[in-house]
Design a binder for this molecule. Structure first.
Ligand code: 2AM
Length: 178
């Protein structure tokens, strides 16, 4: 199974993100049902490890917290812009949950994540996009922000790589409690 841990987003936030999409030739927009904020990418694991992951996540105790999305960003590789995202504020509550998940998954036997946590919601894959259009889009939408939203659970997703888009399935929801 190919797995990752993420925050799902409220429908109204997905609608606002979807309303932004469009207008850059050559990009693949993420379909609204696929929007999420990854807390930890796990990747392909055998069935018994998926069970360990679930157990580890189920034992996490953390409080609900506020999350805000604000501004746009891009990720580049080899001088090419690969993806376009909305930035999530790195609040203490978000950082705390992400750190707890990382610790729990390492205890369960996964190798440590090497990349620094940069919370974001990918809205487009941009390899092949016209750069001036992309820059214009980022400028035009850079003031995008959401009201703080309360995060009350996190989710273990499985992912199947489709021809056009990946299909993400929520497998288990874990509640946060005060
Ligand atoms: P991205 O949106 O920035 O590409 C499911 O693939 C989720 O896990 C995506 O949100 C993706 O982030 C994230 N992810 C992190 N590392 C990944 C990797 N090595 N391969 C695929 N997805 C990864």
């Amino acid at each position: 199974m190919r797995l990752f841990v993420a925050l799902d987003l409220p429908q109204e936030v997905k609608v606002r993100l979807a309303a932004m999409a469009g207008g850059i030739p050559g990009v693949r927009w993420v379909p609204p049902e696929n929007y999420h904020l990854t807390l930890r990418f796990i990747g392909e694991v055998p069935g018994h490890m998926a069970e360990e992951v679930d157990l580890a996540l189920a034992h996490i105790r953390a409080k609900p917290f506020e999350l805000s999305l604000a501004g746009l960003g891009t990720f580049e590789k080899g001088g090419r812009v690969q993806s376009l995202h909305v930035v999530a504020e790195r609040t203490p509550g978000l950082a705390h949950l992400q750190a707890k998940i990382e610790t729990a998954l390492q205890r369960a036997g996964l190798p440590p994540e090497r990349k620094k946590f940069a919370p974001h919601v990918t809205i487009a894959r941009t390899d092949g996009a016209a750069l001036p259009k992309l820059a214009g889009f980022v400028q035009a939408h850079n003031l995008f922000r959401t009201e703080p939203l309360t995060v009350e659970h996190f989710v273990l997703f499985s992912s199947r790589l489709g021809k056009e888009q990946a299909v993400y399935t929520p497998e288990v929801e874990y509640a946060l409690a005060a």
